[in-house]
Design a protein around this ligand. Structure first.
Ligand SMILES: CC(C)(COP(=O)(O)OP(=O)(O)OC[C@H]1O[C@@H](n2cnc3c(N)ncnc32)[C@H](O)[C@@H]1OP(=O)(O)O)[C@@H](O)C(=O)NCCC(=O)NCCS
Length: 204
């Protein structure tokens, strides 16, 4: 699914994916504030102060890996051994890309226990007709909410953070692979299915 963010001057460059409904992130007023992380503070109370949302750090690599594994387990029922092998190589990868400033993550905690997380990966991407300035594309990754905390707007909050960060970085096109459970949420932000095809080369 692909979403193109509106430029900072609505109307002058509102190149919307055909049929897309546009919604600025609710916190878009803070997008251009200094301080990185989309101009958002590294830690905020949300849902009437009940939960804390904070920026992920490299120390969160095991948590991000665990949420990612739970997400894949929910999606494609991959064997546990394959998911564990994936997590072993994933942790150093996410530590590296965070260190390179290519991955921005957020974690929501309830009484100190992480219950949801998501991340935005910044990709090198050539200019194309959708984004003629090009150069970079955002990829929304690993949106996961623990079952007991679903349907409270946590995923919505995390996606807003990722989109705010993308705007802060001057990135206009955001892509993701949406699960059936996540699709209505992403569509409510304006994401639309694209015509991307994928081929996995056989080994050997
Ligand atoms: C998909 C997933 C991330 C959604 O998380 P979530 O926190 O429940 O999402 P939200 O609460 O922001 O939104 C979900 C729904 O709850 C509704 N909702 C939000 N706050 C609500 C509230 N206070 N009361 C009732 N409903 C509410 C939203 O309107 C939304 O409705 P919709 O599905 O009809 O659009 C979560 O189910 C999950 O982790 N699933 C497994 C992994 C997965 O599929 N991840 C996505 C990979 S692309």
């Amino acid at each position: 699914m692909i979403r193109r963010l509106p430029t900072r001057r609505p109307g002058a460059g509102l190149h919307v994916t055909p049929g897309a409904a546009w919604h600025y992130p609710r916190n878009s007023a803070r997008v251009d504030a200094p301080g990185g992380l989309g101009g958002n503070p590294p830690e905020s109370h949300i849902l009437g102060n009940m939960l804390i949302r904070r920026a992920a750090t490299q120390a969160d690599a095991p948590l991000i890996a665990a949420h990612r594994k739970a997400m894949y387990a929910a999606l494609d029922k991959s064997p546990e051994t394959a998911l564990d092998a994936m997590s072993v190589s994933f942790e150093p990868w996410v530590v590296r890309v965070m260190g390179e400033g290519k991955y921005f993550g957020w974690v929501i905690s309830d009484a100190g226990k992480p219950v949801a997380s998501a991340g935005l990966l910044i990709l090198d991407w050539p200019p194309d007709p959708v984004d003629p300035r090009g150069g970079r594309r955002g990829y929304l990754l690993y949106v996961f909410v623990e079952p007991h905390h679903r349907k409270r707007g946590l995923a919505h909050d995390l996606v807003e953070m990722c989109l705010a960060e993308a705007r802060h970085q001057g990135i206009q096109v955001i892509a993701l692979h949406g699960s059936d459970a996540g699709r209505p949420l992403y569509e409510s932000f304006g994401f639309r299915a694209s015509d991307e095809m994928v081929f996995v080369l056989p080994e050997g």
